[in-house]
Structures are given as C-alpha cells and as structure tokens.
Design a protein around this ligand. Structure first.
Ligand SMILES: [Zn+2]
Length: 684
C-alpha cells in the first residue's frame, strides 16, 4: 500500500493510494549507469524536519505555505499573464507547494508522537484539499493552458501539458459557472460522506462473546492466555484482525466460527448502508454532471484499463481461468470437512480458512512456528538492504539526521558516490501510530531541485529487541513496501512533480511491489539472510514446502479477489437507484465465490475500498498480471542478474509517470505485456 499525495491538485485526492515515480533517465540508453552519472552535479535540497515539532510551529508553517499557494492562484486573476514553459513551471511550483504540505500532513497525522501535531496535520490537510479543488476548477488557469503552443515544448512537457489539460477537463473546469459550482459542492459532499463511511468502518468493530475457554480449543496457547474470561466467565473477542483471523484459522468450534463470521461480515451495519447509498448516488450525480455514463466510466478513464466494460471483461477472463483450479481446491476442502462431519455436503465461507490451515499443515507440513525462527528482524532488514544493493547496484548508508521518534532510523541511497534519495524506516508499533504497512511519500524528487524522500511505516516486532521474530508473511510485506520505496528513490529525477515517484497509472502501481514479493519465496535469496539463533541457514526443503503450501489455495484466493473486484465495479457501473445493496452483493458472491453468500451478512458496509478505490478494486489483480509477466523475465535470466535488474530499474521504475505504464513494461520485456505468465500460475 502506498500513502502519498499520489494525485496532484488537478485530480481528487485519494485517501489510500500508491505512489508514483519520475525519471530523467532515458530508457533507450544502452548503459543505464552511465546515464545516471551524466546528470549534472547540482546540490539538491534535503528534507528537514521542522526544528521545533510542536503543533503551533507546524501550523504556522502550513499557513505560510497555504498563503503562498493562494497568492499564486490569485495571480491568475490579474492582467500579467504567463505563457508557454513559464506557465508550466509556475504550475509545477504550485504543485510542489501543495505536494510538500499534503505529504507532510499525511505523514504527521499517521506517525507523529505528539497528538496535537497529528490533529494539526488533519487541519492542514483540509485546507489544502479545499484550495486544490479551487485550483482544479480555475477557468483562468485552464484558459491560459489551452493557449500554449505544444510544438515548442520538450517531449516530457508536451505530455505534462496534455495530462494537465486532460485532468482539468476531467475536473469539469470547462462547464458553465453554475455547473462548476455544483461540482465543487458535490465534491465536498462526497469527501464528507466518504469520511463518514470510513469512520463508521473504523469504529464499526463488534464484540464476539465466547462462553468458555473450551470453545477456543485449537487456538495457540499465547492467544488463549491473552484472552482470559471476565468476571461473568465469558471471553470477549473483537472483530479486529489479531482476534478474528486466528479464530477463523484455528478454532475447532464450527458454530463459534459461523457466529464470528456473521458478526465480522456485518461490521458497520446498518449505519453504513444509508451512507454507502448516499456515496453511490452523489458520485453518480457527479459523473453525470461531468458527462459520463456512471462513476465507473469516470474513474477507469485515466487508468490502463480505460473502461468499465474492459474491467468487467478482465474480471470474467480471470474468473474463467481460475475456476477449474478453484473447484479442485474446493473439493479437497470438502473432503477434509467430511472427515470431521461425514454429513457435510458443502463448505461454508466460515469453514474455508480453518480447513485450508489444516491441509497446509497435514499435507504440506507448513508450520509457521518453525519457519519464523529464521526471521529475526535485524537479519531481515539487512537481508533486504543487501538484496537491493546486489540487484540495483546502489549502496544504502545511515543518514545522520533527526527523526520523529527514537525508534525511527534514517538512510541514504547512493549510486556511486552520489546520493539519489533518502528514506526513513518507522517499523515498529507504538501508541497513536498508523496500524498497517505503507510507504509514505515525503518529498517528491525534482531534478536539480530536491531529492526524493520517503518513509516506510510498518508494525513489525523488533522494536524492543532487534532479534524478535517476524512471520514469513511480515518479510513479504517488508519487501513489498520496500519495493514502493525503491520506485520512489529511482524515479526522483524529473522536472515535473506529476511524473515523480510512484505517480504512474493507479492500476500499475502495485506491480513492481507485487513482483518483488517473489524474492521471499526464493531459496537462494532466503539463504543469504534467513538464519536461526544458532546461525543455521533456512533449509531448502523447508522453503520448498512453503512454496507448495503457498500454491494450494491460489484458485480460491483468486476467485475471492474477483468477488471483491466485481462488487466494487458493479456498485459503480450503473444508476444506483437500481441497486439493492443486499441483493446485488449476495448475487455477486454467489457468482464468483464457490462458498456462496451467507444469509444475514452485509459485507459491503465494511468494504473500506468502496470509498477510497470506488470501482477499481480490480487494480490489484491487474497489477498482478503485469507483475507475473515482468517476473518471468527474471525467472529466465536469473533472480540476481544485475543486468536485468538495472534494465528493469531504468526502463520501468525510473521513468515514473513520464510515460504510459504499458510502454514502460514493453520497453523492459521487448514486447507488450501478456496474460500468459499469470495464467500459467493458475494452471499449475
Ligand atoms: Zn503496495
């Protein structure tokens, strides 16, 4: 996941987003390293924390920057007009002010140890969201932009102008004044309704009451120890992941799992039903005002997939492909269930995870307890640094600078003797900190102006003692997020903010990170750092078993993801007046998931992506198709082949948003991307 001001002010801000990159490096250069070395040696500004991190100081800085941006916006109503490249430079400068403040606000509201600063960051963010909307609807800017003679611009600036005009058009700037006023009002309302949807979901957790410790039979001892009965003898669990997931994986009590599932799938219900209906209606109205059939048509237009029709076809194509494998896996689950309950004729959704765990353990001897002893935090971090250095020919060194918390570490990335980017690792939980794992963009890298700066914000063990053990899935998450970070570092040399970092098409942005995940399933890579307390290397046959265990369930997992993707798309690709939320989501679940719909559940009320991602949950699967294809090149040429890795760095990562993602991928592969590698994985 990426959290950053992915969008420039010309596009609506998204709450949860991926980053993008930029690059000045030409992809057609035969020697990528030589190109990097040719860049002029200009001192680029470092990012510094404010000297005094208190809320007041921070807010006054925010206000100063806000005023600067307001003056810039105001200047368009005067008589002095700028044109050509100077106008693009001016817009880029405005973009930099907004980007810096939005990024800082995003980071501070999620990680700053001082609660006042966190809330000041939210205030600052709101101000910038408002002014960004004003900029995106400014007729004065748009009219001047349209007068630019593109033939006099560089290739990259031609694209910049084209994209900017496209985004202005998409914002509705060329509508009449009354319509623009309606658009502005609707955009603000959508933002508020969306916040309400998210808030209800955040606060919508429910309790699951368990009668006695006996009902927790099958769960690990540390879980049972953590959940002691209260004075009434009841054990109270919650729908939060640390309680819910192990319960669904390990609890032998089927009735308890069924009850927990129904509770979990009714989070934020009924309150979010009406909120979601309102959100769908307002987005539909906005799309219609902007001249689109529906909101899905609006939101897919600037993605690789281009249209809701293509998205639906993609979902159905993958579904057809995954069905045989999913059916086979379903039969295995049913047979295992029949050993427990000989009368069972079907597997229900609340039995899926439990049966999958049993099979992984019995059939593939995948024992998570045994695996984790090879992953002490410090070794994993060093292993990921070493892998990056070996693949991409860079060096990572400690960066002497202040951080926002003593547990946060800072590093610099060197290409030869030149620093190309800086990053922070904020890797361990603490109170008031963001709860998931994400890359936060902090400063967009701008050619000759400023270096890229980003942070990984995660919640891994190892904060108290660097030898605390990570799960293998944590190692995968670490490398995934590190992939976004590398994208940001390697693409930090463009002139325009909107091409910098991970600002590529949204349905491509996960591909580089999803591809990198493959390295944590590679025995040679793991052997380079995964060692237990005695210094023993992780055995190859253990890694082989892990890989077999990983493959089992791939068909079912895919179908489940398609159920999410189809739900997200089909709530937004029609007039919401025709939608009965309970009916349509039950139908979609029955179509895509072999486990079918469970009566009395209302999953849409807590499907958080319906706000942030709206119609485009398909992006995860779409990125995975491309990630699989890009990985096939490494499979052919060697996972540690530096020439391939450097070609990848320069053709896919470094260009950021300066070219279409499809072109970046074909430059790397020497052909357009295809579905084959992904299809093969599902056939296995
Ligand atoms: Zn991600």
């Amino acid at each position: 996941m990426i959290k950053s001001s992915l969008k420039t002010f010309l596009q609506p801000m998204q709450v949860v987003v991926a980053a993008a990159c930029l690059s000045v490096v030409s992809c057609s250069q035969p020697n990528p390293k030589a190109v990097v070395a040719q860049a002029p040696e200009v001192q680029r500004a470092a990012w510094e924390l404010p000297k005094d991190g208190e809320a007041k100081t921070y807010l006054s800085e925010c206000e100063t920057e806000f005023k600067k941006l307001a003056v810039e916006l105001d200047s368009f109503s005067g008589r002095t007009l700028v044109s050509g490249k100077s106008l693009l430079d001016k817009l880029n400068k405005m973009d930099m002010i907004s980007d810096a403040q939005m990024s800082k606000a995003g980071l501070y509201s999620s990680v700053h140890p001082n609660m006042e600063v966190r809330s000041a960051a939210e205030t600052c963010e709101q101000h910038f969201v408002e002014i960004n909307t004003d900029i995106s609807l400014s007729r004065a800017i748009y009219d001047q932009l349209r007068k630019i003679d593109a033939s006099k611009l560089s290739l990259e600036d031609k694209r910049y102008l084209e994209r900017t005009l496209r985004d202005y058009h998409r914002s509705g700037v060329d509508k009449d004044e009354a319509t623009r006023a309606k658009i502005k009002k609707l955009s603000e309302e959508i933002n508020l309704v969306g916040q309400e949807f998210d808030k209800n979901y955040r606060d919508g957790g429910k309790k699951i009451e368990v009668n006695s410790a006996k009902d927790l039979d099958g769960l690990p001892k540390d879980y049972i120890d953590r959940h002691q009965p209260n004075t009434d003898g009841k054990i109270i669990l919650t729908t939060d992941s640390p309680d819910y997931i192990p319960l669904m994986q390990y609890a032998k009590n089927d009735a308890l799992r069924e009850r927990a599932y129904k509770t979990y799938r009714s989070m934020a219900y009924p309150e979010n039903k009406a909120v979601l209906e309102k959100l769908l209606a307002k987005r539909y109205e906005l799309a219609q005002l902007l001249g689109y059939n529906d909101y899905a048509a609006y939101v897919t237009e600037d993605k690789m997939i281009k249209s809701p029709k293509n998205a639906q076809e993609f979902i159905d194509k993958v579904s057809t492909l995954a069905t045989p494998r999913a059916q086979e896996e379903y039969t295995v689950l049913l047979k295992r269930l029949q050993k427990i309950d000989p009368k069972a004729t079907r597997v229900n959704d609340w039995q899926k995870m439990y049966l999958q765990e049993l099979i992984k353990k019995e059939k593939y001897q995948v024992d998570a307890q045994k695996i984790r002893q090879y992953f002490p935090y410090a070794k994993v971090q060093q292993g990921i640094f070493d892998l990056t250095q070996a693949m991409f020919g860079v060096t990572i060194k400690p960066w002497q600078t202040q951080t926002w918390h003593p547990s946060v570490k800072a590093f610099e990335v060197y290409d030869g003797d030149k620093v190309i980017g800086r990053f922070y690792l904020d890797m361990h939980p603490r109170e008031g900190k963001y709860k998931h794992a994400a890359q936060f963009g902090i400063q967009s890298g701008i050619k000759e102006v400023q270096l890229p700066v980003a942070a990984l914000v995660c919640n891994f063990p190892g904060g108290e003692n660097p030898n605390e053990l990570l799960e293998h899935s944590d190692v995968e998450t670490f490398l995934h997020e590190f992939g976004h970070l590398l994208h940001t570092m390697f693409s930090g040399n463009h002139e325009r903010v909107s091409f910098s970092g991970v600002r590529t098409e949204w349905d491509f942005v996960e591909a580089p990170s999803q591809m990198l995940e493959e390295w944590v399933w590679d025995a040679d890579t793991l052997a380079s750092f995964a060692r237990n307390e005695k210094g023993e290397v992780i055995p190859k046959d253990l890694v082989d078993k892990m890989r077999d265990g990983r493959d089992f369930g791939r068909g079912l997992w895919t179908k489940h993801q398609l159920f999410y993707a189809a739900t997200s798309l089909n709530l937004y690709n029609k007039n919401p007046a025709e939608i009965d939320l309970d009916k349509i989501t039950a139908q979609i679940q029955a179509t895509y998931s072999p486990f079918g719909y469970v009566d009395g559940t209302h999953f849409y009320a807590s499907f958080g992506h319906l706000n942030g991602y709206s119609a485009i949950y398909y992006t995860y699967m779409w990125s995975l198709v491309i990630a699989s294809d890009m990985f096939s090149e490494f499979e052919k040429q060697g996972l540690r082949n530096q020439a391939v890795a450097l070609k990848y760095r320069n053709s896919v990562l470094a260009p950021g948003g300066s070219k279409d993602a499809a072109d970046l991928v074909s430059e790397f592969l020497g052909r357009p991307f295809s579905f084959d590698a992904f299809a093969k994985k599902l056939e296995k």
